[in-house]
Design a protein around this ligand. Sequence first.
Ligand SMILES: Cc1cc2nc3c(=O)[nH]c(=O)nc-3n(C[C@H](O)[C@H](O)[C@H](O)COP(=O)(O)O)c2cc1C
Length: 397
Amino acid sequence: MKTLTNKRIVLGVSGSIAAYKAPDVVRRLQDLGAEVRAILTQGGAKFITELSLQATSKNKVHNNLWDNEAELSMGHIELAKWADAILIAPASANTIANLSAGKACDLLTNVVLATDAPVLIAPAMNQQMYASSAVKDNLSVLLARNIKLISPEFGEQACGDVGEGRLTEPSKIAKQVSEVFSSTKLTGKKILITLGATIEPIDPVRYLSNHSSGKMGMALARASIEAGAKVTLIYGNVSIPLSEESTNILVGSGEEMHQAVMENIKDQDVFIACAAVSDYRVKNIEKNKIKKENTELTLELIPNKDILVDVCKLKQKPICIGFAAETQNLIENAQNKLKNKGCDAIILNDVSKRDFGFKNDENEVVFLTKKYSQKIEKNSKQIIGRKIIEIIVEKFL
Ligand SMILES: Cc1cc2nc3c(=O)[nH]c(=O)nc-3n(C[C@H](O)[C@H](O)[C@H](O)COP(=O)(O)O)c2cc1C
């Protein structure tokens, strides 16, 4: 199973003889669906070339904190935010000591300090070094900071010694990285998510629609699946592949989406209305293609049913979360929507910004309930999706 689909992994490669296995670690992470960017320390570069990591990861390799071009956009912070997880494999005794001391002495240690993503380290060194109290003490400091240890294996080493210190097999490392993302917080819970844009026909060839890509809905779906939920997606027009681990129901118009939601809402624990449903539909859909004429054409529009409102009115309603795509008076409009629709929370989305929101891979939102408001700063939709699901679990489940 592709347990790392859409996951962004920063792989730190430090100065251990086992660094020659790092390209294989990249490949095994990719086998599970991950995108990988590598950071090569100065020590690491003594053992493998930047080129082999670049060729396998298909991304530029980062090796220098003092890179003027990368730091124009604060490269080390960007990498720290980009990462869904940071894996250091192999992790040298020196890098482990630097991390334990909280040092920011090279690109890798800076990125680790600047991230809120999980960090995993896979030490590899001579067995006597690994058994030393200095390394053991440093590792226990890191474990206390929630850094996950991928313990080295026992066996014959490059130096001829036999003992504990060999880098764990790359496929096992990749598996342990994927386990970081599986949680049981939503095990046994059912989540229904609508996503994408609805399509309101005008005639057999033309329609009214909007710019929604479905990316935010898919990020929420993946985060829910990661947390163990059973997910149903009711989707309109989307520009991204859907998860294979959810039940996916394709619809066209807002009316079809309304009907599909009502047919599938029973027994759901959470409903997230993320689709951009057209507020209006064409009253009289022409059976045949409308012919071009040199006169004005008026389309009469009538309102679509409000799916979120109707779900919120159900006697046995699930936790209902709506999205408010706003361009002005953001908080005020979102608070009105929360009140008028009767839902449990609204996720406010500023769609006036060009660098995030509609169609983009990034977003910035505010999670609003009657008593609570939390801004989730600009980040990839994957990470925003995960944070939203965490808040839903914490506040409602
Ligand atoms: C031939 C050779 C092999 C080495 N192998 C290891 C090793 O397997 N593990 C380790 O922790 N250090 C090893 N070292 C020492 C590190 O390369 C050295 O501490 C370096 O400064 C680590 O830099 P970094 O942590 O910034 O990558 C080795 C050094 C040499 C010369």
